[in-house]
Design a protein around this ligand. Structure first.
Ligand code: PLP
Length: 394
């Protein structure tokens, strides 16, 4: 009965349950039966204690300074100022504080943005391999999700394929750089090419196509690589950010939406985003997190250590026979599975206490997605199991 009443678009798309939701249920059951020494590589979750500075900041922020400390919060001016200064550092551009919206992580930011932009019949393009909730979020906002594959070798944007996917219904494109799961950072050349295409297509169809720039991992960059915000290349851009990755505290949700100052009809968009955010009360970041923001925004996980874990894990997987590339950014490795059925292979590993995301959930069938947020000990425990399971298949 519930399925019959569920949003028709979700039912039509996936018989009521998205592959990502199905996986998360599976993951919960793995955790429920996990041996004591399990290795959790499935999600970008912390596997060690939080940053001391983070805990201190929250501890200080919890003591009320006035009667409104825990009152309903909107986008508090002090939070907006912190983010405006950070955006100036990252982009070199001046964002108006009024165009910055504090959200419950990037999920809240994306949902508010899609709810604001998408109307009946609108299409939203996302690039695959992809973060596993884009499709569901687009469907949930009432739009049609259009998946465009990245180049399978380089994982770069396939501009010709994007051009073929754009129609007069295209309302927005989601670009995620550094990409989850591939780690690819799109170069300025690619962003210029995308921008030229979006400008030409917007002109052709007589309404702007918005670029939703999901920058969740913009600080997680290895080998001294560089990231330039896609929003620097296209006027009708919306920046999405979360502190959950940089601080490795994804459950203590805080993130934001920032509208590009150069956007067409900026004032109208500001109104719509603001209303949409308030209508989803859950999408406004909590009082505690907004009070903490000034202190936490400059903190970061230990990127050097993360890179060491990436290198150890890549080398270890290759030594035991897996083909895997070295990501430029983000949290994930994507080794090729020794059997075509990545779901079955993930299940085999799970029976031995090693939890990985099957690649087919993120547009990479025949691969796994494994997170380097794992502890050193987990990586060392998991590698011999990866080796044995590879040998069993070969
Ligand atoms: C690319 C990408 N976008 C958005 C999100 C959602 O971020 P949050 O956990 O802050 O809601 C994630 C989380 O994994 C992600 O990987």
């Amino acid at each position: 009965m519930l399925a019959a009443n569920a949003p028709a678009r979700l039912v039509r798309a996936h018989n009521g349950i998205l592959p990502s939701a199905r996986f998360l249920a599976q993951y919960d059951s793995w955790l429920a039966q996990a041996p004591e020494d399990y290795c959790d590589l499935a999600l970008g979750n912390p596997q060690s204690m939080p940053l001391a500075g983070f805990v201190d900041a929250l501890t200080k922020a919890v003591t009320p300074k006035d009667k409104n400390w825990f009152a309903y919060k909107k986008n508090e001016p002090y939070s907006r100022d912190v983010i405006q200064a950070d955006l100036r550092n990252v982009t070199g551009r001046h964002f108006d504080p009024e165009d910055i919206f504090l959200t419950n992580g990037a999920t809240g930011a994306l949902m508010v943005t899609l709810n604001s932009l998408v109307g009946a019949g609108d299409e939203v393009i996302y690039i695959s391999p992809h973060w596993f909730f884009y499709e569901g979020m687009i469907l949930n906002s009432g739009g049609t999700a259009v998946c465009v594959k990245a180049n399978p070798e380089s994982f770069n944007l396939d501009i010709d394929a994007i051009e073929r996917a754009i129609t007069m219904q295209t309302r927005a494109i989601i670009v995620n750089s550094p990409n989850n799961p591939t780690g690819r950072i799109y170069t300025p050349e690619q962003m210029k090419a995308l921008s030229a295409l979006l400008q030409a297509s917007s002109r052709k169809f007589g309404r702007p196509i918005h670029l939703i720039s999901d920058e969740a991992y913009r600080t997680i960059i290895y080998d001294g690589g560089e990231f330039e915000s896609p929003s620097n290349f296209y006027a009708n851009s919306i920046v999405i950010y979360t502190y959950g990755k940089t601080l490795l505290t994804p459950g203590q949700r805080i993130g934001y939406i920032a509208l590009s100052p150069e956007m067409d009809e900026l004032a109208a968009m500001r109104e719509v985003i603001s209303t949409s955010q308030m209508l989803c009360g859950w999408a406004v970041s909590s009082a505690l997190m907004q009070h903490s923001l000034g202190a936490i925004q400059s903190l970061s996980l230990d990127l050097h250590h993360l890179q060491e874990k990436r290198d150890r894990f890549v080398a270890g997987l290759r030594d035991c026979g897996y083909k895997t590339h070295t990501p430029e950014g983000a949290f994930y490795l994507t080794p090729k599975t020794p059997m075509a059925d990545d779901v079955a292979f993930a299940e085999r590993l799970a029976t031995r206490g090693v939890f990985c995301l099957p690649g087919s959930v993120v547009g990479m069938p025949g691969h796994l997605r494994v997170s380097v947020t794992a502890s050193d000990e987990m990586i060392e425990r998991a590698l011999p199991i990866f080796a044995e399971e590879n040998n069993r298949c070969c």
